[in-house]
Design a protein around this ligand. Structure first.
Ligand code: AMO
Length: 439
């Protein structure tokens, strides 16, 4: 039987129920988190999006039909309760509700596919297969509340600094950074790809005169990696700014990270507590480690790496031992960076590219870009790519392209640093990895 809300309206969320409401009739709605029948008294814990409240039903004092209804309650069913607030020194928040009327809005099947309380901890695959229940857990939902706060702070930061939020296409005709790591799709009678980065569009928008832009959007990487740090679909915070150098945009990145830390420590504190995370402000300015110095450190710890190579996992781990917090890696070899990265004028083997690291985890990379048309065309060809397939991009460089720099910051990796999570899958509602395409 379908039960509708009819004229019932929620009057309060559980977090807003306090001593001031004693003797008032209120309506709460949510899930049956727990139920304990002690014979003369039945306790129900009702859970909503941000808290829980105790419903206390003294079986002798309330309507017999209501008692019968409560005795048939099944965990995780969705209910609405109209009742009177009463103070109680035994209830967790000092108040409880004495029910007057109850609507069972939807009954939950039993047994549940996994335990939605924190009493047992299921394997990650069981949890992700039953994500809608996993997310009902307070500590799991806290991860996403912190992420939401992070994205809010990021938007505020960009707005305060004169950046325009943009949306670029995710269905693209060719590769952004090179020919690999793309998901091909069928686009009517042609092949197209899912965007791996808004890189080319960010740069075209510099020619459009927007000067300061940011985008928060999905990026798709067809990487085969099955690691704790890689996903095939993730969110990137991308920014691009005209008339700025790599140093300028590194400063912006550092300020942004710090604003997020300040905001989360002050406003997201209850979620950090739930996750048992002691988030601290970071040393400022962030240490800057050149690629050359990084190679020396890595080699001195017995991990072999040649100048010009990308950092192996073992190499990143050595750096993570040395630098446990946020730090920049700069002056990367030009050879291993994409075509759009500006080489150093004095020593073109080195570039104006940087990464932001947190311990052994890369969370952002960026660079000063090549803004000169002919050099860019040359660099595209040098990478073995066909400049003709970059026509639309290159055109934007021929009619007044200002010097510019920018970066991309991985939202999910950044959230790992805020919540001390070791597996990136934990910070994504419905992660996409090498094996997982559902739910
Ligand atoms: P890059 O490829 O380094 O740079 O990506 C930027 C940041 O995005 C995150 N990231 C990922 N996170 C999880 N899983 C993945 N598979 C994954 N791939 C990338 C990382 C990374 O630091 N166009 C440049 C940015 C720029 O120069 O503006 C780019 O895409 O945190």
């Amino acid at each position: 039987m379908t039960i509708l809300l009819d004229d019932w309206k929620r009057t309060h969320f559980t977090k807003n129920i306090n001593e001031k409401l004693v003797d008032e009739e209120i309506v709460v709605m949510g899930w049956i988190h727990e139920i304990r029948d002690l014979g003369g008294i039945i306790f129900i814990v009702l859970r909503d999006k941000d808290g829980k409240i105790q419903i206390t039903a003294p079986t002798k004092k309330i309507d017999a039909e209501l008692v019968e209804q409560i005795r048939n309650f099944k965990k995780e069913s969705v209910i609405a309760i109209k009742g009177i607030v009463q103070s109680s020194n035994k209830a967790p928040n000092g108040v409880e509700i004495i029910p007057g009327a109850i609507k069972i809005l939807n009954e939950s099947n039993q047994p549940l596919p996994m335990d939605p309380t924190n009493k047992t901890n299921a394997e990650i695959d069981t949890r992700l297969d039953n994500r809608f229940i996993d997310l009902r857990r307070e500590n799991i939902s806290s991860i996403f509340k912190i992420k939401s706060q992070m994205l809010h702070s990021v938007r505020m930061f960009f707005e305060e600094n004169g950046f325009l939020e943009v949306n670029t296409p995710k269905l693209v005709a060719s590769a952004t950074e090179g020919g690999t790591e793309l998901f091909p799709i069928t686009y009517f009678e042609r092949e197209a790809f899912l965007g791996q980065s808004p890189q080319l569009y960010k740069q075209i928008l510099m020619s459009a005169g927007f000067e300061r832009i940011f985008e928060i959007a999905q990026i798709f990487r067809a990487e085969e990696h099955d690691t704790l740090r890689h996903l095939n679909e993730t969110i990137s915070i991308d920014m691009e700014s005209s008339f700025m150098t790599d140093k300028d945009v590194m400063e912006i990145l550092e300020k942004l990270v710090n604003k997020v830390l300040v905001d989360i420590i002050s406003k997201g504190n209850q979620h950090l507590k739930i996750l048992d995370v002691d988030l601290k402000l970071s040393q400022c300015p962030f240490p800057v480690v050149t690629y050359d110095k990084a190679i020396d450190i890595i080699n001195s710890k017995g991990v072999q790496i040649e100048w010009g190579e990308d950092l192996s996992r073992a190499a990143e781990k050595v750096l993570g031992e040395e630098y446990k917090n946020y730090y920049f890696l700069t002056e990367w070899p030009t050879e291993i960076k994409p075509f759009y990265v500006m080489p150093n004028k004095k020593d073109p083997t080195k570039s104006h590219a940087f990464d932001l690291m947190y311990g052994d985890l890369e969370i952002s990379s960026g660079a000063m870009r090549v803004h000169e048309h002919d050099l860019l065309k040359e660099k595209i060809a040098e990478k073995g790519l066909n400049p003709d397939s970059f026509d639309n991009y290159l055109k934007a460089f021929a009619y007044g392209m200002p010097p510019h720099s920018g970066w991309g910051l991985g939202v999910d990796r950044f959230n790992m640093t805020l919540t001390s999570l070791k597996n990136i899958r934990e910070t994504v509602l419905f992660p996409r990895d090498r094996r997982r395409l559902t739910p």
